[in-house]
Design a protein around this ligand. Structure first.
Ligand code: NAP
Length: 243
């Protein structure tokens, strides 16, 4: 479970642990994972903290080896680690472009490539990738929307290539979810987070902002045995239709 120290990742990690999985809480900073790991173990679950940059090939290989040794072969992967570097195209630096594509797309590629071997050997696996409604286009997010649309194509190809080995791949595309990431967006544009949430809720058919638990519910479904015939799909979890 990548990017699992906080936000959506931490909620999904806790939910999958409650579903009975042993969870590797992987994030950039291993110590930042302690809170999620403690919450899982205090609730009777099993988890370890793993520090790794998902865009670093060697770090990913070492992290996946460590997970296999300490928890057993990883047969479930949630590619959730993410960053924002929003800017209008004419102001977007090459570094902003490369960093965002690097964490989301290169990171998901490296993590999927490193873990698929374990899934293929087990003839069972689940990969869930975090896309976004931004995949449909969003002002100020040329890098992020390209990465999140890329996650959808990547997911469908994994579904085709790995399906014969009992591995499904699906994507969750959240709309607005209340996390540090969206709090940072509100801060960047100078709007108090509560106001920002209220504005997003007003334009959402179900009239509320999304929560990490909404995404954890979808992830729990895709990972579960009951979703074995669901693969290559993109589930928008956005409180309403998206297009
Ligand atoms: P968040 O609160 O910012 O958490 C993201 C986590 O990913 C952080 O713990 C971050 O670590 C970690 N991370 C960043 N770069 C990493 C790297 N190279 N290697 C490993 N971990 C890394 O974000 P969130 O809102 O929970 O979002 C989670 C995912 O959902 C992201 O893929 C995001 O794009 C997607 N999403 C979110 C929303 C939303 O409204 N929140 C909507 C659609 C999609 P640091 O704290 O050290 O940076």
């Amino acid at each position: 479970m990548t990017g699992a120290a906080r936000g959506i990742g931490a909620a999904v990690a806790k939910r999958l642990a409650a579903d009975g999985l042993a969870v590797a809480v992987l994030d950039l900073d291993e110590t930042a994972c302690t809170e999620a790991v403690t919450a899982i173990t205090d609730a009777g679950g099993s988890a370890i903290a793993v520090g790794a940059d998902v865009s670093d090939e060697a770090a990913v290989a070492a992290a996946v080896d460590r997970v296999a040794t300490e928890l057993g072969a990883p047969t479930v992967l949630i590619n959730n680690a993410g960053i924002l570097r929003d800017n209008l195209l004419f102001k977007m630096s090459v570094d902003d472009w490369d960093k965002v594509l690097g964490v989301h797309l290169r990171g998901a590629f490296l993590m999927s490539r490193a873990t698929q071997k374990h899934m293929v050997d087990a003839r069972w696996g689940r990969i869930v990738n975090l896309s976004s409604t931004s995949a449909l286009g969003n002002r100020g997010q040329a890098n992020y929307s390209a990465a999140k649309a890329g996650m959808q194509g990547f997911t469908k190809t994994l579904a085709i290539e790995l399906g014969p080995f009992g591995v499904t791949a699906n994507a969750i595309a959240p709309g607005f979810i209340e996390t540090d990431m969206t709090a940072a967006t509100a801060a960047r544009i100078g709007v108090p987070f509560e106001e920002f949430i209220a504005a997003r809720a007003a334009e959402t058919p179900v009239r509320r902002g999304g929560t990490p638990a909404d995404i954890a519910n979808a992830a729990s479904f895709f990972v579960g045995e009951a979703a074995g015939f669901v693969s290559g799909q993109v589930l928008y979890v956005a409180g309403g239709p998206t297009d």
